[in-house]
Design a protein around this ligand. Sequence first.
Ligand SMILES: Cc1ncc(COP(=O)(O)O)c(C=O)c1O
Length: 240
Amino acid sequence: MATEELKQDAARYLMQTYTRQPLSIVRGRGTKVYDLEGREYLDFVGGIAVNILGHGHPDLVHAIQHQAAQLIHTSNLYYTEPQVKLGQMLVEHSFADKVFFCNGGAEANEAAIKLARRYSHDKYGAERFEIITMKNSFHGRTMATLTATGQDKVQKGYEPLLPGFSYVAFNNVEELERVVTDKTAAILGRDFPKLLGQMRQWFDWAHLYVWQALIMLDALIVWLLWIRMLPPPPPDAAPA
Ligand SMILES: Cc1ncc(COP(=O)(O)O)c(C=O)c1O
């Protein structure tokens, strides 16, 4: 089957939710991938940074084969040792206290939004539920995460969106200051390297002015959502 034929079948059988490149990839080795016609490409995408270990590394293949032969899936109704051990490894090598495993970015962000609301609800009451995100951000395609995504083209046609979201421009701390109120439960941003400086600025700012708001980072690089609760600021740092 050639790429053109595959494209036609995809148009016929698959929901057209993505604009795809006219390229069908059949196999990969290390950093290289190969298309149906046998052309070689250097894989700079890595499944949008999901497949950071590359293609077909023998150790990875062995680990997957070994686990598949041992046990495929059990659901979270039971304990499995690899899950607990991986959680322990992540906690011991990060600042996290606990880990929540899920299937992808949208689900991670859904969990973060729910956690922020639940934390604020329990600690400050039902009125404090608003979440601020960035204009032109992207956080996923579920109802909550497309509401969090500050782009009209992603939201159009799915209204009514979830209540309690507002949007500010990237790198605009003044705008952020105007939008934060005592109803703000969390600020959701992106942990992308070029934005780290901005995040640092936010941490400092939030520590001073939005005491105990949650800063949530949607991290493209490792598909982990890091949630950091700020320590209470000094008593004289409260906003007017
Ligand atoms: C920053 C960011 N967050 C969330 C998502 C959604 O992830 P998923 O497609 O795994 O649901 C994406 C997808 O590209 C993303 O780039």
